[in-house]
Design a protein around this ligand. Structure first.
Ligand SMILES: [Fe+2]
Length: 471
């Protein structure tokens, strides 16, 4: 055991400069990654402070290796600077780790009762840093002798008190909240707290043995393990980020599933409501579902040519979803008019025509608290304006051309086409050719002429679709 430890330290001693330079490179790379990928939150800042502190600590140790035992005033000054920096950086690392954990505890439910202890830790670190500055000028912790070699001061032990107290407080947190902490944070907290105690004790034990006293590496164990902790902190944080990302993605999948369920339920509800209204005039509700499908066919043809220029995915979905509600205003039309098999009188027709405006009013009321403004607007427009005509001779408002909302212009074609090719109480169904003739002739007068090519493209789909009802 003795020989193997000695062998490792002798090997380390002969490569100490190389090891420090490699560690400095790793720290610099981590700092670079953190700057490139980091955001400005407290946890990220504390990690950046930790990596930077580790980097400076390594540089200070390289400085010690270069100047220790070298003659001259420059070497003397450099030794003082390097040793002060080394002690100061240990305080910075302690502060950064405390800050990192404080942020983690703040973000995690049920751990906020611990926050006072992080404040106490910060106060201890600050007091310890003040003592460090005083010791620098009084030589109480260490001195640099005339040969420019580091010499332990009279009360070097005091320099460990503050940091040790902080570590004990951190261990107390780990013990108290053991079950509530994620495995990797628990391990990190334990390692970070126990590591300086273990490495300092090891250094102390080794210094009692004369063979080890001459080995520089035996005095560098604390520094080496602190740097290792810095790298570990970065790796653990990455693992933590991955875990959070995984949780978020699972949560997102659940939310998506629930959203789909809500939309499906909403769809079924809308369809049932519309069918209920439609059933008053003895229809089976098929007009409702058929016009919805015709609207879908038309939109898909438009989409093929224009991409998302006229319809984005959300708008398309809402137009199709709202289509069944276009005649909902019929609920307030009297039975004797709604179910009349023959022709309407002028008054009856006037009453019948109110269904558009009444439908829009009803939807405005029903959906006034809806969070989805698009759905409300689309549904109201389709109900209100599906009987408007391109030439301005429609109802209820006599809107003309582009004044008629786009979704209502599409609804108008689907509504009329279905009425033509379906059997109603007052008429028999028309052939596809006759219906097509009426729709095509209506382009530019009743319907938006720009929609003609999409109707022509969708026509085979319409006919194919209606053939299934013939069977
Ligand atoms: Fe209508």
């Amino acid at each position: 055991m003795y020989h193997s430890i000695y062998g490792i330290l002798v090997f380390l001693d002969s490569h100490l400069m190389g090891v420090f330079i490699s560690l400095a490179s790793i720290c610099a790379t981590i700092i670079l990654f953190e700057i490139l990928t980091g955001t400005s939150n407290t946890k990220k800042s504390s990690m950046l402070l930790f990596s930077t502190g580790s980097f400076v600590l390594v540089l200070a140790n390289i400085q010690t290796l270069v100047y220790e035992g070298q003659p001259g005033g420059l070497a003397h000054a450099m030794m003082y600077i390097a040793n002060f920096t080394s002690y100061a950086m240990n305080h910075v690392l302690l502060f950064a780790f405390n800050l990192y954990l404080e942020q983690f505890f703040t973000e995690t439910n049920g751990l906020d009762s611990s926050l006072k202890r992080f404040k106490i830790n910060n106060a201890i670190i600050a007091a310890s840093a003040v003592f460090l500055v005083i010791a620098q000028f009084t030589g109480l912790y260490y001195t640099i002798d005339k040969d420019n070699v580091f010499q332990i001061g009279k009360i070097i032990g005091v320099s460990f008190l503050g940091p040790m107290l902080v570590l004990v407080i951190l261990i107390s947190l780990c013990v108290q909240f053991y079950r509530k902490l994620p495995k990797n944070i628990r391990l990190l907290l334990l390692l970070f707290s126990i590591n300086p105690i273990l490495s300092s004790t090891t250094e102390l034990i080794l210094s009692l043995h004369t063979d080890f006293l001459e080995l520089e590496s035996s005095h560098q164990l604390s520094t080496l393990s602190t740097i290792a902790m810095s790298i570990l902190l970065y790796v653990f944080d990455l693992i933590n980020i991955r875990a959070v990302e995984k949780d978020n993605s699972e949560l997102q999948q659940k939310v998506d599933k629930q959203n789909r369920h809500i939309i499906e339920t909403q769809d079924k509800f809308i369809l049932s409501l519309a069918v209920l209204v439609e059933s008053r005039d003895k229809s089976t509700g098929e007009h409702i579902s058929r016009t919805k499908d015709l609207v879908k066919f038309l939109i898909e043809e438009i989409e093929k040519e224009t991409g998302e220029q006229l319809f984005n995915a959300k708008f398309k979905e809402k137009v199709i979803q709202a289509a069944p509600l276009h005649d909902i205003g019929k609920i307030s039309v009297k039975d004797e008019i709604l179910c009349k098999p023959g022709k309407f009188t002028t008054d009856e027709y006037a009453e019948m025509k109110t269904h558009a405006q009444k439908g829009a009013d009803a939807l405005n009321n029903i959906l006034k608290d809806s969070e989805e403004d698009i759905f409300k607007d689309v549904a109201v427009n389709m109900a209100n304006y599906h009987h408007e005509r391109w030439d301005g001779s429609g109802y209820p408002n006599g809107l003309k051309g582009d004044e008629i909302p786009f979704e209502a212009r599409i609804m108008a074609i689907a509504d009329v086409y279905d009425a033509l090719v379906s059997k109603r109480v007052y008429k028999s169904k028309m052939s596809f050719e006759e219906a097509d003739k009426i729709i095509t002739e209506g382009m530019g007068t009743q319907f938006d002429p720009l929609l003609e090519k999409y109707y022509v493209a969708a026509r085979p789909l319409f006919e194919e679709y209606y053939k299934q009802f013939e069977d």
